[in-house]
Design a protein around this ligand. Structure first.
Ligand SMILES: Nc1ncnc2c1ncn2[C@@H]1O[C@H](COP(=O)(O)OP(=O)(O)OP(=O)(O)O)[C@@H](O)[C@H]1O
Length: 353
């Protein structure tokens, strides 16, 4: 009889960042703390949104992760290997568009990619594959100088895809694009994730992250303020209010009276009554049906996403208190005190400003 061993070890995260700190120093001006103990975890197969207002440290984090800048402190692992030390051995597995893409304007996209493919020993068939993946094949023989911003971004993504990476890192990939371009970019990223790629995508727009990403890390002033599944974070900040619609204004008044007597806060008027403080929408339905009042409709009030984002990122972190995490949103296993986390931080030498 053969015995099958099932490996129950959870796969290590694709990206694991702990306590990352970076201060840009200046001789003439006071320095800037860009990262103040940032933590982030990205698991395999996710599209992970890295969300924060302008200046919150997203680009700095991505640059450090890719070895384009050095951290002052912190620990980073990609595919379980420490970086930046192991970046050379990981380079084939990571594609990134972090700096503004620059191309020779008189070259076509096909020529640009073909030259890049040649330098890493890839055949031209790979160029055709990436042109198809980013939806540029029809325009691939036009000079890049005639390309829109969205097309240039797609060309940049195509160049990052040439080596068929397992992890793709994109810094604000839809910046400056029109709605059609944003939609195309989103569909392209979803297609890549569907093929098994892990994506880390930075953005300052919650609505964009909500439409694209499975999970996210929200950062403010160089610290993580919350992280987890996008749907869970949005739900956790959704208002508990519901709007019930009754047959007419008289029925609305009766319903309002019943709900008020049950201790719920009521607003609105006529046949639409807004209720907050109920345990659940079902509790509202039950209270009313017990009194013979029947609803024509019940809607949960949607979260105002931008308000959620501002509430999370608007919290003023206190310097020296690290990290500022919304513990209420973490799964119990992930909760630890800031002090416990501080112990896991190692120092990497060699800061670059
Ligand atoms: N090379 C640099 N020298 C000095 N300060 C810098 C440098 N790069 C970034 N900063 C500062 O570090 C902070 C974080 O900047 P960073 O670009 O990482 O934020 P971001 O979240 O990517 O912002 P954005 O969404 O505007 O791109 C900001 O205060 C920024 O002004």
């Amino acid at each position: 009889m053969s015995v099958t061993h099932v490996d129950t070890t959870p796969p290590s995260p694709v990206i694991e960042i702990t306590g990352l700190r970076k201060r840009y120093r200046s001789i003439r001006r006071p320095g800037t703390t860009a990262l103040d103990g940032l933590d982030m975890v990205v698991h395999r197969g996710q599209i992970h949104g890295f969300l924060g207002p302008n200046g919150s440290g997203k680009t700095t984090t991505l640059r450090i992760l890719l070895g384009l800048a050095a951290a002052d402190h912190g620990r980073m692992r990609v595919f379980g290997r420490p970086v930046p030390q192991c970046l050379p051995e990981l380079s084939d597995r990571i594609g990134a568009v972090v700096e503004s893409p620059r191309f020779f304007g008189s070259f076509t996209a096909r020529l640009t990619l073909s030259l890049l493919a040649g330098t890493i020993g890839l055949p031209d068939v790979r160029v055709e594959e990436v042109l198809t993946a980013v939806g540029l094949r029809d325009r691939a023989d036009e000079p890049v100088k005639g390309y829109s911003l969205g097309m240039r971004q797609r060309l940049a993504v195509a160049s990052a895809l040439l080596k068929d990476p397992d992890l793709l890192i994109l810094d604000e990939p839809t910046n400056g694009m029109d709605p059609a371009g944003i939609r195309e970019m989103r569909e392209m990223m979803r297609g890549l994730a569907a093929d098994g790629m892990t994506l880390l995508v930075s953005s300052h727009l919650l609505s964009e992250v909500e439409q694209l990403c499975d999970t996210m890390t929200i950062v403010s002033r160089g610290r993580r303020v919350t992280h987890g599944r996008v749907a869970d974070i949005v739900a956790a900040h959704t208002s508990d209010s519901v709007t019930v619609t009754l047959a007419d204004a008289a029925e609305g008044a009766r319903a309002a009276e019943v709900l008020r007597r049950a201790g719920l806060a009521i607003s609105g008027r006529a046949e639409r009554v807004e209720v907050s403080g109920a345990e659940s929408p079902a509790a509202v339905t039950r209270l009313l049906s017990d009194k013979g009042i029947h609803l024509s409709g019940l809607t949960r009030q949607a979260a105002d996403l931008e308000t959620v984002f501002l509430r999370l990122t608007g919290t003023a972190p206190v310097d020296g208190r690290y990290p500022q995490i919304d513990h209420s949103l973490l799964p119990p296993a992930a909760r630890s005190t800031p002090d416990e986390r501080e112990l896991t931080v190692t120092v990497s030498e060699g800061a670059e400003s």
